[in-house]
Design a protein around this ligand. Structure first.
Ligand SMILES: [Zn+2]
Ligand SMILES: [Zn+2]
Length: 893
């Protein structure tokens, strides 16, 4: 079965995608290549401690080197830049602290800071020519191309501090570690990431550095200090850090990644003065660490200036401000955002549930574009998967994130996809299937009729010869039977006798001819004798094939099931996710373009709905509540990340108000178009230079191959025609009598799909009983048009109340002039005579000059010329698409 095969293929692909995900996880680091002995490491650490203990501040400077890896004279690092970089850092302190006194800084700087950097002019551009074998003898570098090298003039930088240890006294320096990420155009999607270790000084400043076998920086770190006091404060901290590192190493030997040299980094951080005295900041830190409910307001953000120097790659980066929230503040904010998101999701769930309830009949479902809901569901699905990723990163808000994911799954998987399925079955699945089924039945009937006709023809034409032939055949059979009695055939039936006989009888010189004749005879015989299966399966097969060839029945297409829709949807979602994951490793501009594209696609969700409204001339597909609510929730949910300036952007997308404004405006335009369609009719947004109405021939030609083009609109009934107070003229009489061909387009009844934006009030079903309240010439008259308004009162058959309908009284001169052409167009007034002339001139696209005025939107006229209140008939049409009075079928709204 083709359907089974297709699903099988999808399942296999799905399985491989999952396998890919599993194996795409980073593999465990390879085991160390060199087995280091305990003795070696003891010696190494002893050397480090000697350096720490026996050197004083200033021992390491250009021209003076330390006996450590990467700090020796022949290691070829760019140490001559170091004093200039230190000066730069000192200058940053001076600039930000000039003239300030008793301004505090945080003691615990756990948290994330982010900011832009620029490559300093101090950078040495020459490529590093390090003697790697001498620097790191235990490691083999397979390439000499350095990673983490920053060659771009600017980029973005993030530092995530981990500052757990409480200070022993106010004058103690403390160890600090941080994860640094640098984004430049050459960096991979997640940036150049690495761990830094160092000292956090009581002044708030910090020095951090990378450390590796190639760059044994921890013991030398105090020498990077900007003054002798910092040096003294840093030595005991580094003593501890080196001991810790040593212990760690002896427990578990260091694991190396493949031999790719990476640029090392030394980072100087200088605190920016924060608002508030040191006692105030101390109080804030106390409250954040051990909350007691003290009102602290919004704590000031962490703020640093930074200088980064790579001694081997030679680049120097400067950042004026790196800011971010302290971890506690960040967690609070995250929780608040997650709660807000949960509320947004709850609102969205309510909205879509209400919308689904409203669209519970096939009539209402057929108005909604399932593509719109599918786009929304895809976008929500991606956001949901993003939350799952967040869950794996953030442990502090586990319950909250889990709740949000639960709500998101209900919204997306249970409601939205179900809604898409509901719409799909009404619009695509069922009609397609019904159409195919109908075609199949028709084909069978056609073939059978043709076959019967053929047989009848043959039997009448060749009655005499055929009859004699039958006699011959039967006689031959008898002969065979007679012969068979004399020399019996072992274990065969009568039919085999017959076949055997024919085989014998027509023994031709050529075997091929004989066979052909045999089958021909068999078929002939079977036409007369209704005894089919012979005991010879080969012959049976051939006969059956001949029969089928005669009947040629198209096979029905596979039915689209719930499972198919689900499989397709999740396959698409997974594919998008996979591509998005791949896209994270794109260079920055491309990645940003991809993100913008996704956001734009997500925010174009109403476009299919607008297009469907235009195609079907439909006014109210989705409730306004849903359109406005769903748009607003999505705008708020997504745009927050573009406009939130202070906090870390979890998506890693560069913040920018331009993008937010563009997306917001784009969404607003779509919502306005939808609302406009709701008020002025579905086709009010279709410009005439782009869309045209289908010609009657195009409409009549319903073969599947001949579908209407994208910008060709099928004819639609105008439910709100302008009613004219004049006797039905020739054209409208035509319209009245235009039965047959046009009515077929609607699928039955006397419904007409001709252009009906204007209609004589006398054509209405109960026009005779309608009361005329002619307001007379004193009523408002349209300027420039020789017409005046009047009113008629009808009865609405649904609510049994009166409808007051405004009509237009037009002067006979204007009516005449507008119809002379038509009446003179010739005596051949066929059924569709009005079409060519009116298709272009007065086309079903709304005359914007006429518009759909508020007065006209109050009543509706059905193709069977019955008049109802708009609210009454719309409510009715949500349930059934037949006229409440005469049960004629109605075109959907
Ligand atoms: Zn009514
Ligand atoms: Zn009717």
């Amino acid at each position: 079965m083709p359907q089974g095969d297709g699903q099988e293929g999808q399942r296999v692909l799905f399985f491989f995608l999952i396998l890919f995900f599993i194996y795409a996880q980073p593999a465990a680091p390879p085991p160390p290549v060199h087995g280091e002995t305990k003795k070696y490491w003891d010696d190494e650490r002893q050397r480090d401690f000697d350096v720490l203990a026996n050197t004083t501040y200033g021992d390491f400077r250009p021209g003076h080197f330390l006996n450590l890896t990467a700090f020796r004279e022949d290691d070829a690092h760019q140490w001559e830049v170091l004093p200039k970089v230190q000066d730069l850092s000192r200058k940053q302190v001076e600039e930000s602290w000039r003239g300030l006194e008793d301004v505090g800084s945080y003691k615990d700087i756990s948290g994330d800071v982010r900011g832009n950097f620029k490559r300093s002019t101090l950078s040495v551009t020459s490529s590093p020519l390090l003697n790697l074998t001498a620097l790191d003898p235990r490691k083999e570098y397979i390439i000499d191309h350095f990673q983490r090298n920053i060659t771009e003039p600017s980029g973005e930088i993030t530092l995530s501090f981990t500052d757990d240890e409480a200070p022993k006294s106010s004058w103690d320096a403390r160890p600090l570690s941080a994860e640094i990420s640098i984004w430049s155009d050459s960096a991979p999607g997640t940036g150049w990431q690495t761990m830094l270790h160092g000292v956090h000084f009581p002044t708030g400043a910090a020095i951090l550095t990378t450390s590796s076998t190639k760059f044994d920086a921890l013991p030398a770190l105090p020498h990077f200090a900007l003054d002798v006091f910092s040096f003294i404060a840093a030595v005991p901290v580094m003593n501890d850090t080196v001991t810790e590192a040593w212990k760690r190493h002896r427990r578990r030997p260091e694991t190396y990644d493949v031999g790719v040299p990476r640029c090392e980094m030394i980072v100087w951080l200088q605190p920016k003065p924060l608002e508030g005295s040191s006692t105030y900041l101390e109080m804030i830190e106390d409250e954040l660490a051990h909350p007691q409910g003290a009102p602290i307001g919004t704590p000031p953000a962490l703020s640093f200036s930074m200088v980064l120097f790579s001694p081997d790659c030679g680049y120097v980066l400067e950042a004026d401000t790196l800011t971010g929230a302290k971890t506690e503040v960040f967690t609070q904010l995250t929780n608040r955002l997650l709660s807000a998101f949960a509320i947004l999701l709850a609102v969205q769930i309510t909205l879509i549930k209400r919308q689904m309830k409203k669209a519970s009949t096939p009539s209402t479902r057929s108005r909604i574009a399932y593509q719109s809901i599918a786009i929304a569901a895809l976008g929500d699905g991606l956001i949901m998967l993003g939350m799952v990723l967040l869950l794996s990163l953030n442990e502090t808000s586990f319950m909250l994130i889990a709740t949000v994911i639960f709500l998101a799954i209900i919204h997306m998987a249970v409601l939205e996809v179900k809604f898409v399925y509901d719409l799909w079955t009404v619009q695509v699945g069922e009609p397609q299937h019904a159409e195919a089924e109908r075609e199949r039945r028709e084909a069978v009937q056609r073939r059978q009729a043709a076959l019967q006709a053929q047989q009848q023809q043959q039997s009448t034409q060749a009655q005499a010869p055929e009859a004699s032939k039958l006699q011959i055949l039967l006689r031959q059979t008898c002969q065979v039977r007679h012969q068979a009695l004399q020399e019996p055939f072992p274990k065969t039936t009568t039919h085999d006798y017959q076949l055997h006989h024919h085989y014998q009888q027509y023994q031709q010189p050529s075997r091929l001819l004989r066979h052909q004749r045999l089958f021909q005879l068999t078929l002939e015989l079977h036409r007369y004798l209704p005894v089919l299966p012979t005991t010879n399966p080969a012959i049976n097969t051939i006969i059956e094939r001949h029969r089928l060839a005669l009947l040629q029945v198209p096979t029905p297409p596979p039915r689209v099931t719930f499972a198919t829709i689900y499989a397709r949807f999740y396959f698409l979602l997974l594919l998008t996710l996979l591509f998005s994951l791949i896209a994270t490793s794109f260079p920055r501009p491309l990645r940003s373009a991809y993100t913008n594209f996704l956001a734009f696609a997500y925010f174009s969700l109403w476009i299919p709905q607008i297009y469907r409204n235009v195609q079907r001339n439909c006014r109210k597909a989705l409730s306004w509540e849903y359109v406005l609510g769903a748009s607003a929730c999505r705008l708020v949910g997504v745009l927050y990340w573009w406009v939130s300036g202070e906090n870390r952007n979890l998506l890693g997308v560069k913040k920018g108000t331009t993008g937010a404004v563009v997306l917001g405006a784009w969404m607003a335009v779509q919502v306005l178009l939808l609302l406009g369609q709701g008020v002025f009719g579905g086709r009010c947004v279709a410009p005439k230079w782009l869309f045209r109405e289908a010609t009657p021939n195009e409409v009549a030609d319903k073969t599947p191959k001949n579908k209407l083009g994208w910008f060709v609109l099928p004819r639609a009934w105008e439910y709100h025609p302008v009613l004219i107070e004049s006797p039905p003229d020739a054209e409208q009489q035509d319209l009245e009598s235009a039965g047959g061909e046009e009515s077929a387009l609607l699928g039955g009844g006397k419904s007409r799909m001709l252009n009906n934006s204007e209609m004589s009030v006398h054509l209405l079903a109960s026009a005779g009983e309608a009361k005329l309240d002619d307001a007379g010439p004193s009523d408002v008259t349209n300027t420039g048009d020789a017409s005046r308004k009047s009113k008629r009162t009808f009865d609405c058959a649904i609510c049994m109340n009166e409808i007051s309908i405004p009509t237009v009284v037009r002067d006979s001169s204007t009516t005449l002039s507008s119809h002379t052409q038509d009446t003179e167009s010739g005596p051949t007034k066929g059924n569709n005579k009005a079409a060519p002339a009116t298709a272009t001139s007065r086309f079903g696209l709304p005359n914007l000059t006429m518009g759909l005025s508020l007065e006209r939107s109050a009543y509706m006229v059905t193709p069977c010329r019955h008049v109802f209140h708009t609210a009454c008939l719309e409510g009715w049409m949500d349930m059934r698409l037949v006229c409440p009075v005469c049960r004629e079928s109605l075109p959907s709204l």
